[in-house]
Design a binder for this molecule. Structure first.
Ligand SMILES: [Cu+2]
Length: 115
């Protein structure tokens, strides 16, 4: 888990899966928690009504990696969310272009060394 951005006033569906055993998600402001068994894919949905920064944690002492099983939910206004989404897309496009360029260079180098 890491940072999850969601906008207010829009239903959000999250598909939860894990390689671990019986993971559960919980956050103090929410009415309940979602749990599932390893290998299962469970859909949970919610609609945020107020902006804020909340912590998401594993609700069960599930094993050695439990202390790392946390994340942040950042609930943005629709405008802030759109800005974050646009910036994230720009960053991903730049990263894809850099990766493609690196692969191109690696191919050129390989073909020159195999001559
Ligand atoms: Cu855990």
């Amino acid at each position: 888990m890491n940072n999850l951005h969601v906008p207010t006033n829009r239903p959000v569906i999250i598909d939860v899966s894990s390689k671990g055993r019986h993971p559960q998600l919980q956050h103090p402001g929410a009415a309940g928690e979602a749990g599932h068994h390893s290998g299962q894919l469970v859909s949970i949905w919610f609609e945020a009504t107020q902006t804020g920064h909340f912590e998401l944690a594993c609700a069960q002492l599930c094993g050695l990696g439990h202390y790392r099983m946390r994340g942040d939910v950042l609930i943005d206004t629709p405008e802030e969310f759109a800005k974050w989404q646009a910036e994230t897309r720009r960053r991903r496009r730049r990263a894809r272009r850099r990766r493609a360029r690196r692969e191109e260079v690696a191919l050129m180098f390989r073909s020159e060394t195999t001559r």
